[in-house]
Design a protein around this ligand. Structure first.
Ligand code: IPM
Ligand code: MG
Length: 353
């Protein structure tokens, strides 16, 4: 029997609730497909700061490095907002992404027919939307040096090397080959030098993929086009900050930020995480949507463990749960038959495996 070790990081806010439900589903799927998962629970974010005084303790990073994959919930909360930047929960997440070399963040934004009514956009605009946001995750303004702040001024540095751009561009083109063969590179090349370099490098990479169409779009226009006509996009390739912003926007095209999974890959060990944050305002109420994390676990099975059938089984179970009318509060619209709690949704999906 295949055995895998998973470093599980629940995090803060709704993190623990949504990860618990995902473990239910993973247990069901591993049982059915005859492999075993060993979970190594570790702390990161505010929860880790409270115990270790660090948002990413060494033992967490070590466990991640020794695992086949990392399953992560969410981090952050008002309690830790006033800490110095390097102690903040978010710094733990950025550090683990960097340390694992997870430079490619894949964020699929797919609309389920059952949820057409849950989006704030018109059905005819969103029906059929199927976008893959390929977000660069370990560079750009998130990590660029120098950076500094005092009382009167502050600055950050948006910096990219050609190598960093080339490797993420290749990921986008490879992904496009398996989809509709279109890459839209989103940038701000009318203002930023970094964006100009992104265009030059991406254009070179495109030469190796003659079957893929490459187009460019300024980020302000892309933000507008995403809600005007999301169906025009196949793969969106973009830098770290733009990808952060546009993927939240894409999630609302699909109905809720509680639905979008992601895979942060490129290094030896990948991180599988929902795109949303820790939502402290709804933590502990049992109303958070666990589906983004459950679908992230499906990505983990596919990309890290090569368990394609098991991944598919999770995705099918989620579709079935929605088709049967089960909804958490965030996606409950007129056609919801039953509004379920976080735990009920986890059990329903697990039961459909
Ligand atoms: C995300 C989140 C993180 C990011 C935060 C929590 C640091 O918003 O995964 O999109 O900005 O990358
Ligand atoms: Mg974000």
């Amino acid at each position: 029997m295949n055995k895998y070790k998973i470093c599980v990081i629940k995090g803060d806010g709704i993190g623990p609730e949504i990860v618990d439900e995902t473990i239910k589903v993973l247990d069901a799927v591993s049982h059915k497909f005859n492999f075993s998962l060993e979970y190594d629970y570790k702390l990161m974010g505010g929860a880790a700061y409270d115990v270790f005084g660090e948002p990413l303790p060494d033992e967490t990073l070590q466990s991640a490095l020794d695992s086949d994959a990392v399953l992560f919930g969410a981090i952050g909360g008002a309690k830790w907002d006033n800490l110095p930047r390097e102690k903040r929960p978010e710094s733990g997440l950025l550090k683990i992404r960097k340390a694992l070399g997870a430079f490619a963040n894949l964020r699929p934004a797919v609309i389920y027919d059952e949820l057409i009514g849950a989006s704030s956009l018109k059905p005819e605009v969103i029906q059929g939307t199927d976008i893959l946001v390929v977000r660069e995750l370990t560079g750009g303004i998130y990590f660029g040096q120098p950076r500094q702040k005092d009382e009167n001024s502050a600055y950050n540095t948006m910096i990219y090397s050609a190598d960093e751009i080339e490797r993420i561009a290749k990921i986008a083109f490879e992904a496009a080959l398996k989809r509709d063969k279109k890459v839209c590179m989103v940038d701000k090349a009318n203002v930023l030098e970094t964006s100009q370099l992104w265009r030059e490098v991406t254009q070179e990479v495109a030469k190796d993929y003659p079957d893929v169409t490459l187009e460019y779009m300024y980020v302000d226009n892309a933000a507008m086009q995403l809600v005007r006509n999301p169906k025009q996009f196949d793969v969106i390739l973009t830098e770290n900050l733009f990808g952060d912003i546009l993927s939240d926007e894409a999630s609302m095209v699909c109905g809720s930020i509680g639905l979008l999974p992601s895979a942060s890959i490129g290094g030896k060990v990948g991180i599988y995480e929902p795109i949303h944050g820790s939502a402290p305002d709804i933590a502990g109420q049992g109303i958070a949507n666990p589906l983004a994390t459950i679908l992230s676990a499906a990505m983990m099975l596919r990309y890290a463990l090569n368990q394609d059938q098991a991944a598919q089984a999770i995705e099918d179970a989620v579709k079935q749960a929605l088709a049967q009318g089960y909804r958490t509060k965030d996606i409950a619209n007129y056609d919801a038959k039953e509004i379920c709690t976080t735990a009920e949704m986890g059990s329903i999906v697990a039961g459909l495996i």
